[in-house]
Write a protein that binds this ligand. Structure first.
Ligand SMILES: Cc1ncc(COP(=O)(O)O)c(C=O)c1O
Length: 408
């Protein structure tokens, strides 16, 4: 099957050579069963979403961990923010894109992350991509977990520091990297707090210990852990009782905290001030819209007032994991609401997710290059928005399709 005909190429207004090469490669993706198609949700992000062409489906693949995407107080804050501040900022922060709501949000984030200061970006991608180059240079070494998120990898590529990659969550490998970087001016270790494709929690106390021994800076991308880990949702540091012990935390406003666009870096006042001066992904791009800033502020306040949401998320996660294992699935072990099941081939993972969709369950299959070759998977994500019947219905579909495909 091909996506495009010769006629498409002939009638395209784009450069012929580029057009025919891209179309060939896209056709090849279709043939290998790895071509992604977008699904269109026709309402709010929630436990159940109405997908164009599929109807109501149980959503097992959103980062809406606390169910705040359709939380009325958060939605009202966005409406109030629009009434007060209009549609957008029309400027970067340092020209005329800084509104009082940014100050209020950054102060709230710093307080919530138990660090002295914070700076917002239009995404966590931007926060991570703009983090390393300003702080480190040729005299320094950047040490990164092999499975860190793509935005960390890209951020590292933009930085002139020497790079060292340590084996995933392997403390011997990290120690070796630190040992061989003794002579550098600075050593910075960066890890995801929760690894997005594995659902594993980084061993932060061990990493902190090694950083202390080698006088290294510790940075954590807590995008999947903010609002998720710790009794009050303060993330991986709270989970390990390491309040304020991480030098730099980056995270997103686009997952548990209402699912809007936005991200941030929290750290000391001087690190944050330095990023404000030098970090190109906030210097040369618009500030987060004021209404989103207001919405994110409302989401954090809502979380502070309702820590029971974090407890419900945890209870739902345990219930779903146990149910999945009882069916015979073998998810990657862990305690986080990211519950991946390795399938192997990308096409098989995509086939499983398609068949689940036909049964009214929305789970995405991930393959190379998002995950290593041969480790394609479906990634189930649990939310506090799920009620037990949602999870039971999803498990029933997983049983039906898993048996049909011979996975369980
Ligand atoms: C670990 C991690 N960091 C950063 C991001 C990017 O977040 P944002 O959508 O705010 O750019 C993601 C999103 O997938 C992520 O999983």
């Amino acid at each position: 099957m091909t996506l495009y005909t010769e006629n498409d190429v002939a009638t395209s207004s784009v450069n012929r050579g580029l057009e025919s090469r891209l179309r060939e490669e896209l056709d090849e993706m279709v043939e290998r069963g790895v071509h992604k198609k977008l699904l269109y949700i026709m309402g709010k992000q929630s436990a159940v979403v109405d997908i164009d062409g599929f109807g109501d489906t149980i959503n097992l693949c959103s980062n809406n961990y606390l169910g705040l995407c359709d939380e009325p107080t958060v939605m009202q804050a966005i409406k109030d923010g629009t009434d007060k501040y209009g549609a957008g900022t029309a400027s970067v922060r340092f020209i005329c894109g800084t509104f009082d709501i940014h100050r209020e949000l950054e102060s709230k984030i710093a307080d919530f992350m138990e660090l002295p200061a914070a700076l917002t970006y239009t995404s966590a991608w931007n926060a991570n991509e703009g983090l390393f180059a300003p702080l480190l240079s040729e005299q320094d070494v950047l040490i990164s977990d092999r499975l860190n998120h793509a935005c960390i990898i890209d951020g590292i590529r933009l930085c002139k520091a020497e790079r060292k990659i340590y084996d995933h969550m392997n403390m011997d490998s990290l120690r070796e990297a630190l040992e061989s970087s003794r002579d550098a001016r600075h050593r910075l270790v960066i890890t995801d707090g929760i690894f997005s494709m594995e659902g594993e929690i980084a061993p932060l106390p061990d990493i902190r210990d090694l950083c202390d021994r080698y006088d290294a800076i510790l940075a954590v991308d807590d995008s999947h852990a903010t609002g998720v880990l710790g009794d009050t949702g303060r993330g991986t540091p709270e989970h390990f009782g390491m309040h304020g012990e991480v030098d730099i935390v980056t995270s997103t406003l686009g997952k548990a905290l209402g699912g809007m666009a936005g991200g941030f870096t929290a750290s000391s006042r001087s690190v944050i001030d330095y990023l404000l001066q030098q970090s190109r992904t906030q210097l040369f791009t618009n500030a987060i819209p004021s209404h989103s800033a207001w919405g994110a502020l409302a989401a954090i306040e809502h979380l502070e007032e309702h820590p029971e949401l974090v407890a419900k998320l945890r209870a739902n996660t345990i219930y779903f994991r146990e149910g999945l294992e009882a069916l015979g699935y073998k998810p990657i072990p862990g305690d986080t609401p990211i519950v991946p099941v390795i399938i192997g081939k990308t096409a098989d993972a995509i086939n499983l997710s398609q068949q689940l969709l036909d049964q009214g369950v929305f789970v995405i299959g991930f393959g190379y290059p998002v995950v290593p070759k041969g480790e394609a998977r479906i990634r189930c994500q649990i939310s506090a928005a799920h009620e037990q019947y949602h999870l039971d219905t999803a498990l029933a579909a997983l049983k039906l399709v898993g048996e049909k495909l011979g996975i369980i």
